[in-house]
Design a protein around this ligand. Sequence first.
Ligand SMILES: [Zn+2]
Ligand SMILES: [Zn+2]
Length: 353
Amino acid sequence: MKNRPTGFWQALEAVPGTAAVDAEWKDRFGNDYGTAKAFIRPNGKLASSHPCMVQRGCGCEHEVVAHDQEDIVAVCRCERGCETFALQRSDIVVYELDRPALDTALAKVFGLIEETDAGTDLPGTTRLGVYSPYAGYRFPVYLAIQIEPDDFNEALDGLLGRNGTPFILLSPTRELCSAKAEKRLTDKRSGFVPLSENVGLGTKRKFRLVHPLDDILAHFLSSNLPSPKEGDSMVFFPTPPDATWRDVSIRFKDGHTVSVKAKTAGGVFNYTQMGMANKKNGDPTLQWGLLKVFADERGVLDWTSNKADRKNQKRRELLAANLRDFFRIEGDPFRLTDDGKGWQALFLISPDE
Ligand SMILES: [Zn+2]
Ligand SMILES: [Zn+2]
């Protein structure tokens, strides 16, 4: 047990079944042992072997021989034939990685939306949750802990086969993810994050990111989010993932421009940037006109209003679709008024003063 990298993440890819006696974890965790041991717990089993503890000994696994509760020894079985040494019962308690605790702590540090079912049918692989940087963008995040490259590739095959859309794969280190494996991921606009390079171990089963999340996922995000662009098409609005229509406000600045807010995101956009320009002549669409009417009527359009043209029914549906495209918030941004005689915007809308 020498000359190999130690540390929390390295240990997870070195201990078969992520279960071992305390002495082995201690050796594998190295300097991380103090904080890392919070992530292992006894699994109710006793070990049948124990790492050689003899000074300049064989370095192999010694066989555990229990003569009785009080008399436990570790016997060398290799040709070096080094000394037999005594063990306490606590020395042969098997500690196993507390995978649910690890998964929960990782979901937290990456700010994932947790789901009820974390399991997958792939060995060593769990689904930690969903990463949603903006409304309408949801990417599943998986953690694969393997020891052999073949097993890692098998998990990768499984994930690529099951996910039609981009996802993020975390692994303890980049040891098992070959350049070829990483390319298979990026070809599908998916991302690989080696935890040893990005996540540090804190106390009390907490992690911290070593780099800002946007940097860690920079490549992944650039291949999955539209780049903010000027010009003649709809811009990307960074709606926060938990925003609802009630968090949105739209205020007209002039006939062609609105000031928009959705929680922490905001900006000033013209009708073209809002995706409401006529494709033929570049003029505002009828939906933009209807949005303006809603503003002038302070968000409520009823049939007694002379602006409640029957045609506005279809236009309202199209306007709802336009707004959903722009904000990527689900559901109808309008509701029937309580008297059923008109429509009310769920978002705040006001005219220029
Ligand atoms: Zn030995
Ligand atoms: Zn030996």
